[in-house]
Structures are given as C-alpha cells and as structure tokens.
Design a protein around this ligand. Structure first.
Ligand SMILES: NC(=O)c1ccc[n+]([C@@H]2O[C@H](COP(=O)([O-])OP(=O)(O)OC[C@H]3O[C@@H](n4cnc5c(N)ncnc54)[C@H](OP(=O)(O)O)[C@@H]3O)[C@@H](O)[C@H]2O)c1
Length: 251
C-alpha cells in the first residue's frame, strides 16, 4: 500500500487524518516538531492497525527541514499529502506580537505553499495523487481580531482552489478543507478559550477523506456558515465574526 504524508499528523485534526487514512489501509509518514507526540501516535496507530507509520521531526518553517523531508519521503511511494500543520493567533492588529504573526505567515503561508508545490509537482509527474490543503472557514471572511490567521488561510484557500482546476489535467486531486471550529490544542497556540471549540477531529477528517469536492465544508455548521458568508453583506458577517473572535480570546 502507498504512503500518506500528514504534516502535523500526531495531534489534533492531523491525528484525525492519520487515523482515517490508516483505517483505509495507508501507511503513514507523520511530521511534527515534537518527537514524543510522534512516538505516541506511531505506537497507538501501529497497535490498532497493521500499517507502517514513519515519523519525521521537523519545524516546517525551516527551509532545510522541508528539504530534508522531501529527501526522506523519496524512499516511500507517497501519493496522498495532507497539508495540515498550521497555527492561529487571536489578537487585535495593533497589539499583536509581530513574531507571532510571522510564525503564522511562515507556517500557514510559506511552508504550506512550498510543501504543496513540491508534492504537487511530484504527483503530476507520476500522474496520480491527492492533496488536501487544510484551510479554514475563516478564510472566507476578513477576520478582525485574528486578522493574520484569517489572511493566511485566505491565501491558502485561494491558492488551493485555483490549482485544483489546473490539477485535473494531470490526474491529481487537489482539495481545500474549510472547517469551522474543532476541539484540538489549537486554542493553546491561538490564545483562545478551549470551550469555543467543538468539532470532532476524527469525524471531520473522515468526512474530508470521503469527500470528492474541491472545496470541502465538513458538516452542517460549516456549510451554513459558508452559505451565510455568501448571501449576507460582507460588513455584517465581518462584524458578527469579530464579536465571536473577541469572545473567544483569553483576556
Ligand atoms: N482547531 C480549529 O478550530 C481549526 C479550525 C479550522 C482550521 N484549523 C486548521 O487545522 C489545522 C490543524 O490544526 P489543529 O486544530 O489540529 O491544531 P493543533 O492540534 O494545534 O495542530 C497543529 C499541528 O501543527 C503542527 N505544527 C505547529 N507548528 C509547526 C511547525 N512550525 N512545524 C511543523 N509543524 C508544526 C503541530 O505539531 P508540533 O507543535 O508538534 O510541531 C500540530 O501537530 C491547522 O492548519 C489549523 O489552522 C483548525
């Protein structure tokens, strides 16, 4: 069986993808900066399934680490990429720490772009493969009080949706996942309240894997939010979103 590469595959939504893909019989390559999380995920998945799980420690914002990952994955028949690693940050733009915003841009924009491009080129050469870029419903709204995060995901959604049409000529499937809130450790890096997050990572990952759509809106809530964003005036949706963001933020 071929391999699926899941960035941030040891925890949260990424772990949901690892479980769902292992369930389908894929061998896995999972990445994270945290070795212990990778080892735990590997043990748990290998105990439950007979699949192989390879682990790769990398800070994906580091260009050399990304290059090492590309070299490492050459030894495996990777034909699924879940481009999932991402961080959030909830703060008004005036007081927001530049280094936190830079971390978002370096991971959610730059690393996501480079990793997407690398495997897209590999998959088009092989004329097979599937890529799911993990974006957010926040990518469709100017996201006041989490402006950099929203903008980073807007970049990824736009890039991914644009490429999904081009990819058809190469027999490669490119999909964009735009979930609403998910109960993961995301709130810790984003500086938000844990109780604001409800969606189940395993369920959302499974829905994404089952979907054939270019834009995956997992679940009724994500679909409803997307519908509202499209039909209501932008300034109204933006105000409601801003209120939600303020409520989420740790004081
Ligand atoms: N939770 C939500 O409400 C929500 C909603 C919509 C979209 N999303 C998106 O879903 C994706 C997964 O997030 P999550 O909710 O599962 O949060 P999470 O549990 O915090 O997972 C984030 C993952 O990214 C990895 N990561 C962070 N910084 C990294 C770096 N510099 N280099 C390599 N890996 C790094 C983390 O592993 P290490 O820290 O060990 O490196 C972790 O596995 C993100 O793209 C996020 O934007 C989340």
């Amino acid at each position: 069986m071929s391999y699926a590469l899941i960035t941030g595959g040891a925890t949260g939504l990424g772990r949901g993808f690892s479980n769902a893909l292992a369930d389908l019989g894929y061998n896995l390559i999972i990445t994270s900066r945290n070795y212990n999380n990778l080892v735990t995920a590997k043990k748990e998945i290998e105990q439950k399934y007979s699949n192989k799980v390879q682990i790769f420690v990398a800070d994906l914002t580091d260009e050399m680490a990304r290059k090492n990952l590309y070299e490492y994955t050459k030894f495996y028949d990777v034909d699924v990429l879940i481009n999932n690693a991402g961080v959030g940050y909830s703060e008004n733009f005036l007081d927001g720490k530049l280094e936190k915003e830079a971390a978002i841009i370096n991971l959610n924009v730059e690393a996501a772009h480079y990793i997407f491009k690398h495997y897209y080129q590999e998959f088009t050469e092989k004329k097979k493969g599937r890529i799911i870029n993990v974006s957010s419903i926040a990518s469709f709204i100017p996201c006041s009080y989490a402006a950099t995060y929203g903008a980073s995901k807007a970049y990824l959604t736009s890039l991914s949706l644009a490429v999904s049409l081009e990819a058809k000529a190469h027999n490669v499937k490119v999909q964009t996942l735009a979930p609403g809130s998910i109960k993961t450790d995301f709130y810790k890096t984003a500086g938000t309240k844990e109780k604001s997050y409800r969606g189940k990572p395993n369920k959302i990952a499974r829905k994404a894997i089952e979907s054939k759509k270019s834009l995956i809106l997992p679940g009724f809530k994500a679909k409803l939010m997307y519908f509202c964003i499209r039909i209501f005036p932008r300034c109204l949706v933006q105000r409601i979103t801003a209120r939600g963001q303020k409520r989420k933020k740790l004081t």
